[in-house]
Design a binder for this molecule. Structure first.
Ligand code: TTP
Ligand code: MG
Length: 575
């Protein structure tokens, strides 16, 4: 790297771009929960629809957005703006999770390198560098309009026809003029162009399942995500910044940059000596201010002063220049952990705690059957009912650890005092083997697990019964033990084989299995990697520590629960 972190004078050197030989797609489903509900109730597609969680809208469809209704708006305000707004309940996340899984499986099935990463429930990154490189070699430069995009190395007939003279969908900058004559055959433009046609094809496949989406096409995750945001809904944008992404980023509010959180923005404001509100503070303001340098940012954000990790200054500096070396993580066929939680207005009796735990644990066991058994149905309808009977099939992975987490109840008046997780305590034990017995109803297993394991854990976490006032219970299984051929007598390989066959029947290639020890790939030491999870909170509503959205105080709880989905698929219950 050509920057010297210890030398403030190095601050004006343009950072070297890295990773721009990749082609990255970022898909974000349009008004996701609303589309799920609409597909189950098609008559709702043409009316303004809001999806309600407690007293706010988790989302709303685009018909409602035309009336000024917005995501995370309070119901009252939304009704005032749009009296005809139809409200649907969005407390039960199971149908959204099922659709999310279905869309993810679809996209995964088109990947050659297995780099397919979910972000939340409705966003997916795909690294298609290899597919694009392969197709680059197939382009006939004498007949671009009759090009063929090949989706399989084995079967040249699997693919689609396309016109390689133009990028598909929107481009940025909108007035981009290509110098095709001089760009050569391996130009960045041509690779992004191929990426744009693949993105369009994949969006059409998702539409075949009933789901429209926005997509960004660029050379790294940061830029792909931001590009996709440009033209929503049901559209796509290719960032053709063959020289520099800086003009694209410069006008954006700093808070829009994933990886730059509220804490960074507050610190930055002090460095810039500005009182601009968050929307007024742009990337350009920060990038061009003489006080801002990797060195100054490091001093400000890392160590004792800022509390950030070493190297944060440089990371932020690179972000301001559109540089993000972070890899699209390899796809997982089983989640890292599965957790279910519920929030309460203060449980004071042990009998209430016990009942809550039985309910959560029953849901958790059902979720384990869906996510960890190999008999998944590849052609499930978009909204499928949660399984209610005893599970079938074989375990693809068995979690070894059971964790209970509790948190005291915080009344709404305390929400601005405490973070969402304030007072959370957890304890883990080995998960008893009887939970994997598929001949016993989940309800019976749950009763046994609560009585024999979870209640004792609860007592050790909350020894003082006289002060009981529980606001949250979370039960989670983790530490997955993937089934091996040797220990399963060949079952697991047969399972993967069956899974492949199902995929092949659908006419798509199955992604390579991620290598064992895939965690390593996530823990990359790449020094231009962006942290995709950030931390901080703020006044004026509350700035979410994870996504940077400012949300009304009353929505903090619901929003926090929603974010649990990002990490390990933790599913909140209604209530
Ligand atoms: P988003 O992708 O942020 O929103 P969206 O898909 O509804 O709308 P858009 O067309 O702008 O992409 O989030 C995906 C889903 O996650 C959303 O449908 C509802 C849910 N969600 C919450 O439950 N709470 C939240 O705070 C947010 C931001 C989203
Ligand atoms: Mg979305």
């Amino acid at each position: 790297m050509d920057m010297d972190m210890d030398n403030p004078d190095s601050k004006r050197k343009a950072p070297r771009r890295k990773g721009d030989d990749r082609v990255i797609l970022h898909f974000d489903l349009d008004c996701f929960y609303a589309q799920c509900i609409e597909n189950a109730n098609p008559h709702l597609k043409s009316v303004p629809l809001g999806i309600k969680q407690k007293s706010i809208l988790a989302t709303c469809n685009y018909v409602a957005r035309k009336h000024g209704v917005k995501k995370l708006m309070g119901i009252q305000e939304a009704k005032r703006l749009c009296p005809d707004l139809v409200l649907a309940d969005g407390e039960d996340l199971s149908p959204f999770r099922d659709v999310s899984k279905q869309i993810y499986s679809l996209l995964k099935s088109y990947s050659w390198n297995g780099r397919v990463e979910r972000l939340g429930l409705d966003e997916v990154f795909l690294d298609v560098t290899d597919v694009v490189a392969y197709n680059l070699g197939l382009v006939n430069h004498h007949c671009l309009e009759e090009s063929w995009f090949c989706l399989s190395r084995e079967d040249p007939e699997r693919g689609f026809a396309f016109d390689a003279r133009e990028v598909k969908g929107c481009v940025w900058p909108p007035d981009f003029v290509s110098d095709r004559e001089n760009e050569g055959t391996d130009s960045l433009r041509l690779r992004l162009l191929l990426g744009s046609h693949l993105a369009f094809y994949l969006r059409q496949q998702m539409e075949g399942l009933g789901y429209t989406s926005a997509c960004g096409i660029s050379t790294n995750k940061l830029l792909a995500k931001l590009a996709g945001d440009r033209n929503k809904p049901r559209n796509q944008t290719t960032l053709l910044s063959s020289h520099s992404p800086v003009p694209f980023l410069d006008p954006l509010p700093l808070r829009k940059i994933p990886g730059i959180g509220g804490k960074t923005i507050t610190a930055m404001k002090s460095l810039l000596k500005t009182d601009d509100d968050d929307d007024g503070l742009t990337v350009h303001n920060a990038r061009t201010n003489p006080a801002v340098s990797p060195f100054a940012l490091e001093r400000l954000l890392a160590g004792s002063g800022g509390g950030g990790e070493k190297g944060i200054g440089r990371k932020v500096w690179l972000l301001l220049h559109g540089i993000d070396g972070s890899e699209v993580k390899p796809a997982r066929d089983v989640p890292r952990q599965i957790g279910i939680e519920d929030t309460y207005r203060g449980l004071t009796q042990l009998s209430q705690v016990r009942a809550g735990l039985v309910q959560i644990t029953t849901s958790l066991l059902r979720r384990m059957h869906v996510d960890l058994l190999d008999d998944f149905d590849a052609v499930t309808p978009p909204i499928s009912p949660a399984p209610t009977s005893v599970g079938k099939g074989r375990w693809l992975a068995q979690p070894k650890t059971l964790r209970l987490t509790t948190r005291p109840y915080h009344s709404p008046s305390e929400w601005d005092k405490f973070e969402y997780n304030h007072g959370r305590v957890s304890k883990s034990v080995a998960l008893p083997r009887f939970v994997f017995d598929l001949n016993i109803e989940p309800e019976s297993i749950a009763e046994r697990l609560v009585e024999g394991t979870l209640m004792p854990l609860f007592h050790s976490l909350n020894p003082d019964k006289s002060k009981l006032c529980i606001g949250l219970l979370n039960v989670c299984v983790t530490n997955m033990d993937r089934a091996k051929e040797s220990s399963r007598g060949g079952d697991i390989m047969a399972a993967f084989q069956r899974q492949r066959e199902v995929e092949e029947i659908r006419g798509v290639a199955f992604a390579d299995e991620p290598p064992d020890g895939e965690e390593k790939a996530e823990d990359t030491s790449d020094d231009t990697e962006v942290e995709w999870v950030e931390e901080e909170d703020e006044q004026d509503g509350v700035r979410c520590r994870l996504c940077g959205c400012v949300i009304p105080v009353f929505a903090v709880e619901a929003h926090g629960r929603w974010h649990e989905l990002d990490e390990g698929w933790v599913e909140p219950q209604g209530g």
